[in-house]
Design a protein around this ligand. Structure first.
Ligand code: PBG
Length: 325
């Protein structure tokens, strides 16, 4: 295609043409909204590093979920902040735990809103790691049992889907077997298949009160330098029975989203994580960027990279923009 026979600008000349040849589309159906459930009543505490995102007691979770549902967003992803923590994270699998309560209330109010739960130990352990500690590191196999108990208790409370984010080896199979033997063969698993040890989780650890009290997560989350390992991680989870595979974080890992999309024939989710959100909010508050525009561009980039689902703190904002178009 050579100039002047071909002029690339011709087809860009009118908005109606641009609409006709647009290759990627974004819809509210693509969005998942993360929420932080905490104990108590009438609690609504903004996360200082994440403007617009709150730690909320179940009553307020329900109130915000109504707004989420009314915007047409199909799903929420729930995290829990328990009243107390211990070495093995036992508040994670209490029948009256905060996530379990939130799930029950949400499903009662909004049967059509998909309630997905994050399955991990870090919000529930006093040391803040994603499993039990042995000899200064997270013990993989001992953690599996706890994750299974947590996932099962979420599903018993009514969760529509579970999303293990711990990065233990073998957890998708273990959870699948646990759900199956307890009569929950129909409940899907969205696995955080490719999760990097990332500095972009900083604000989340304030939101979920889950910062590790010693060391870091590099012995279980992936090295940001690795690409082939991402394929191995995803392949493992696919074989173990994952229904949706996730890549996380989002923007710095769009190449990985594309690789995973091309390699596997399963829905792919991307997690536009806390640090990515905070950067946009901070720049917008300073008047340095046009927030609406940047949010839509970011969401479109995820779709263009091959993501089917986008887990994002911008979900409500993005839905409002999409609904008015
Ligand atoms: C729990 C978990 C984390 C996030 C989701 N699930 C934090 C971490 O691994 O440290 C991060 C989400 C975000 O930054 O928005 N393991």
């Amino acid at each position: 295609m050579f100039f002047p026979t071909y002029r690339a600008r011709r087809i860009r000349g009118k908005e109606v043409f641009r609409r006709m040849v647009r290759e990627t589309s974004l819809s509210v159906n693509d969005l998942v909204y993360p929420m932080f459930a905490t104990y108590g009543r009438c609690v609504r505490k903004e996360v200082s590093s994440m403007p617009g995102i709150y730690q909320q007691s179940v009553d307020n979770i329900v109130a915000e979920a109504r707004e989420v549902r009314d915007l047409g967003i199909p799903a929420v992803l729930l995290f829990g902040i328990p009243e107390s923590k211990d070495a093995v994270g036992s508040p994670a699998f209490r029948e009256d735990g905060v996530v379990q309560e939130a799930v029950r209330e949400l499903k009662k109010e909004f049967p059509d809103l998909a309630v997905i739960t994050d399955v991990c130990m870090c919000e529930y352990t006093d040391h803040g790691h994603c499993g039990v500690i042995k000899d200064g590191d997270v013990d993989n196999d001992a953690t599996l049992d706890l994750l299974c108990r947590e996932a099962l208790s979420h599903v018993r409370a009514g969760a529509d889907m579970v999303a293990p984010s711990d990065m233990m080896d073998g957890r998708v199979r273990a959870i699948r077997e646990t759900l199956d033997t307890n009569g929950f063969t129909h409940v899907p698993i969205m696995s955080y298949a490719v999760k990097y040890a990332s500095g972009f989780y900083g604000p989340f650890r304030e939101a979920a009160e889950s910062a590790p009290q010693f060391g870091d997560r590099r012995s279980y989350q992936m090295d940001p330098a690795n690409r082939l390992e991402a394929i191995r991680e995803a392949a493992m989870d696919v074989e173990e029975g994952a229904d949706i595979i996730m890549v996380k974080p989002g923007l710095p890992y769009l190449d990985i989203v594309r690789e995973v999309r091309d390699e596997f024939n399963l829905p792919v989710a991307v997690y536009n994580v806390s640090g990515e959100y905070s950067m946009v909010k901070a720049a917008a508050r300073n008047g340095w960027i046009d927030e609406e525009r940047v949010v839509l561009e970011t969401m479109t980039a995820f779709k263009r990279a091959g993501a089917d689902l986008i887990i994002t703190y911008h979900a409500k904002d993005a839905a409002k923009i999409l609904n008015k178009k």
